[in-house]
Write a protein that binds this ligand. Structure first.
Ligand code: FAD
Length: 435
């Protein structure tokens, strides 16, 4: 019996196991085991819509056991703590699991570039939990700003800084804009729209690297007319609780600073033997194999393939590499030549909130309402499973007809009420907002 272990239930890992499952369907001597610390696939392109209460968090995740259907691969919810490549085993909390071939697709984490205070004081935006926390945080601040009489404190509560002008930062800030101006400024009677500030800080001279100058200019114009302040060639040099230092000489007061400026390979990948690039990704050959360990493949956000080091860290790259790694396991065992990964851009689609997007695909560049319709159609189609497609389409339709849902369902980190001792939470002290 041979065992193939795949780590990570993201885009790359799930593509790899489903492909392996198809190739080894009749080979009962091969066991395929997926290990992941999450029991679902997170559809990250819709994550920004969680912060704006446009889409329900449960609608953008699909449980692994649902995706598996009648396929025969096994799934274990485990965090892999280390890879012992010399002895061909992965270490998990309950012991070790041996493998004959290993595909690592454990994604990435946020990189703060050693910016003082950033890790401690910024909000991260990579996981579903972080997205839900930020949603609750935004609503919580609106609740407090609604009745706070100190105008400086109110302004700070209503100032949101997004560090990073890549697609995550831009999609997130435009979603937040839709919520804050479209909902909060209307429903919270103590909040004046003029007091809401959304600021994007980007170290590079341009936004949305990779989309091209024409669409980047369209996006910039759209942000300007939406009232979002954009500062390019602006480096964050320090983050404190409640303020951010810019270019070492300017301070900006903001209660919420969200960091979307960089990613780094997961700790598991950084601990692998062999070469790593500047953001910790494992350097693999053109067949996605780890140097000195041909039975170990690294894919997706975790991998820097020698001939595609500049490939962006996006889902289509992880999916394509998942397919190639799966095929190469079979080729390796059958003594066949291995497939090579070549990066080819599948285009770039960036939503700029309700009714506007910029799209670059197959040499065509469009922006505006039709680009936004196209963005919606593509993402709905890419969602895994009819149930999720119906749920998300339902959320989008309801978002047109009804106001957003602004109920706080769990107390967010930094909530002003949470710091208060339980007995002090008398009804009088409880904030109910102004009606
Ligand atoms: C907010 C946001 C928006 C994005 N929008 C887009 C977009 O619009 N289009 C696009 O193409 N890309 C987008 N991306 C990027 C895209 O999500 C990634 O490039 C893609 O998910 C990478 O796939 P992956 O399989 O390498 O990793 P992931 O999809 O991140 O999956 C990693 C998996 O590994 C698991 N894992 C991690 N460590 C361990 C461990 N030690 N043990 C066990 N399991 C582990 C994780 O739980 C997860 O299941 C976005 C990302 C974010 C954060």
């Amino acid at each position: 019996m041979k065992r193939i272990v795949v780590v990570g239930s993201g885009f790359g890992g799930l593509q790899a196991v489903t492909h392996l499952d198809g190739m080894f369907r009749r080979d009962r001597d091969v066991e395929i085991l997926l290990l992941s610390d999450q029991n679902y696939l997170l559809f990250t392109p819709l994550l920004p819509q969680i912060a704006s209460s446009y889409t329900d968090p449960r609608h953008i995740v699909q449980a692994v056991r649902e995706i598996r259907g009648r396929k025969r691969f096994r799934f274990r919810r485990e965090a892999v703590r280390a890879v012992d490549a010399a002895n061909r085993r992965v270490m998990v909390d309950s012991g070790s699991i041996e493998y004959d071939a290993l595909i690592l697709a454990s994604g990435s984490r946020t990189e703060f570039f050693n910016t003082p205070g950033a890790r401690e004081n910024c909000w991260d935006y990579k996981s579903l939990q972080q997205a839900v926390e930020l949603r609750e945080r935004i609503i919580d601040l609106c609740e407090h700003a609604d009745h706070t009489e100190d105008s400086a404190a109110r302004r700070s509560m209503l100032t949101f800084v997004v560090v990073g002008g890549g697609y995550t930062g831009i999609e997130l800030v435009t979603e937040m804009r839709d919520f804050l101006f479209g909902y909060a400024a209307r429903k919270y009677r103590g909040i004046d729209a003029a007091e809401i500030r959304l600021i994007v800080l980007e170290a590079a001279p341009d936004l949305l690297r990779g989309i091209g100058p024409k669409l980047a200019a369209h996006a910039r114009k759209r942000l300007d007319v939406s009232g979002i302040e954009v500062r390019t060639s602006t480096r964050v040099t320090r983050v404190l609780q409640g303020s951010v230092e810019i270019n070492g000489n300017e301070s900006l007061a903001a209660d919420t600073i969200i960091w979307t400026a960089g990613v780094r390979a997961s700790e598991l990948i950084e601990s692998l033997p062999g070469l790593h690039d500047r953001i910790g990704r494992a350097v693999v050959n053109a067949h996605l194999q780890l140097e000195g360990h041909p039975e170990v493949f690294v894919i997706g956000d975790s991998a820097a393939a020698v001939n595609a080091q500049e490939a962006p860290r996006v889902a289509p790259v992880a999916i394509e590499q998942g397919r190639i790694a799966a095929r190469n396991v079979a080729h390796l065992w059958h003594g066949e030549p291995l497939d090579t990964y070549e990066y080819a851009s599948k285009g770039m689609l960036v939503s700029l909130g309700m009714n506007y997007a910029v799209v670059k695909i197959a040499g065509i560049q469009i922006s505006g309402y039709f680009a936004w319709l196209f963005w919606n159609a593509v993402h709905l189609y890419k969602l895994v499973g009819l149930k999720k497609q119906v749920q998300v389409a339902g959320d989008w339709m309801l978002g047109f007809i009804f106001p957003r849902d602004a109920a706080i369902v769990r107390r967010p980190r930094g909530c002003k009420l949470c710091g208060t001792a339980k007995q002090e939470l008398a009804p009088r002290a409880m904030d109910t907002g102004t009606f």
